[in-house]
Design a protein around this ligand. Structure first.
Ligand code: ATP
Ligand code: MG
Length: 366
């Protein structure tokens, strides 16, 4: 009998509610591993937070890349705190991890879980009308970090923020998006662009999309949307889309809209993937550190659990899909019960009560 696999997880709780939901996710993952019996998790916890940065002046040790690479996956809570400008935590930690760990795809599944209250009437009546996978380019584009400032602190200040689009970068994200669409029952891909106004990078984006599309002719149905019109279509005709591919900036914005349409930002998951599997991929809820509710024990851990389920799916390379589905079933059994919903979902349960309820469901379902 081969030894049971132990997945090494780098856990980065970060700041605020990131700390609460990461420990909740670890508790739930361990319950899943015990209930299933065929695999286990081993964690290394990294104290990379804004609080630590304020004390010692740095987020991550100089050898952070080598440390992360010793793991099979990274589980990330949230980073950011009011005393530290957001662009510092982003550029000292999140973006370097995404870029150096080759996580060039960010995947954000969105659907309406049982017990959520979507704000749009159509979705209240027919929640199944919203079932999307947003595929975000995660390595270049508008967040490439290129640009500069002159006369910085004067009334003559000038700043440039240069978006970088490369053929290689676009082609690999388009290929991933088409493959994602192809694996889903509806086989439908919507590409988002702004090539009517941005005439260089976005035109290349469109061109490469149509080139890759040729390989999927008759296999995946596809269309193109300008990002502004896309926001309207997401609200008015959610059923008309399935897989969506967009740039770093566009998908960042559209996926927050998607989370709001699905009922709460506390539910939505995200996966930062290195599809080549040469580096560990990173899983995190899309919400931030929510300083307003930090330390109160009321954060919704569902986005953290859904992200953990996506991590299990990724680690299993197809062999743990059924386990991840059961995990999701356990989560939905809990969100479906008004007694075990957090405040943002209209209930009064705390993080701990929801976590314990999910653990009990896992023991029952898995
Ligand atoms: P950051 O700068 O870290 O992204 P933020 O304040 O911009 O943080 P979020 O933390 O994503 O944004 O959340 C915005 C608001 O949504 C929070 O202030 C909080 O009230 C609510 N919220 C976010 N996540 C959750 C959650 N998991 N459970 C309950 N409420 C949440
Ligand atoms: Mg935020």
């Amino acid at each position: 009998m081969s030894p049971k696999p132990t997945y090494r997880i780098a856990a980065i709780p970060g700041d605020g509610i990131g700390v609460d939901i990461t420990s909740a996710a670890i508790q739930v993952l361990d319950t899943l591993a015990t209930a299933n019996g065929a695999f286990a998790f081993k964690y290394t916890t990294f104290d990379w937070s804004s609080k630590a940065y304020l004390e010692r002046g740095w987020y991550m040790q100089p050898d952070w890349e080598a440390q992360l690479k010793k793991h099979d996956a990274i589980y990330f809570g949230a980073v950011g705190w009011p005393d530290v400008p957001d662009h510092i935590s982003l550029w000292q930690m999140i973006l370097p991890i995404r870029q150096r760990m080759n996580q060039y795809v960010n995947v954000r599944p969105t659907r309406i879980l049982k017990g959520t209250h979507p704000p749009v009437a159509q979705l209240q009546q027919k929640p199944a009308d919203l079932d999307w996978i947003i595929v975000r380019e995660n390595s270049e584009g508008e967040y490439a970090g290129q640009g500069g400032t002159t006369h910085g602190h004067t009334a003559h200040a000038t700043a440039t923020e240069v978006a970088i689009f490369t053929y290689v970068g676009i082609e690999r994200i388009m290929r991933f998006a088409f493959e994602t669409a192809k694996a889903r029952p509806r086989r439908k891909l919507t590409m988002v662009t702004k090539s009517n106004a941005q005439r260089h990078g976005m035109v290349l984006w469109d061109k490469v999309f149509y080139e890759v599309a040729k390989e999927y002719e008759g296999v995946v149905e596809y269309d193109k949307m300008l990002v502004d019109a896309m926001t309207v279509r997401m609200v008015n005709r959610p059923e008309s889309m399935d897989t969506i591919v967009a740039t770093n900036l566009h998908a960042d914005i559209l996926s927050d809209l998607a989370a709001a349409l699905a009922g709460s930002i506390g539910i939505a998951p995200s996966s930062n993937l290195d599809p080549t599997r040469s580096c560990p991929s990173m899983f995190e809820p899309i919400h931030g550190s929510a300083p307003d509710i930090a330390g109160k024990g009321i954060a919704n851990p569902v986005g953290a659990f859904w992200s953990a389920a996506e991590m299990v799916r990724w680690l299993g390379k197809g062999e743990l899909d059924a386990v991840a589905d059961q995990f999701m079933q356990a989560i939905e059994n809990v969100t479906g019960n008004p007694e075990t919903r957090t405040k943002d979902m209209g209930g009064s349960a705390g993080t701990k009560a929801v976590t314990e309820a999910v653990c009990r469901e896992i023991e029952r379902v898995c």
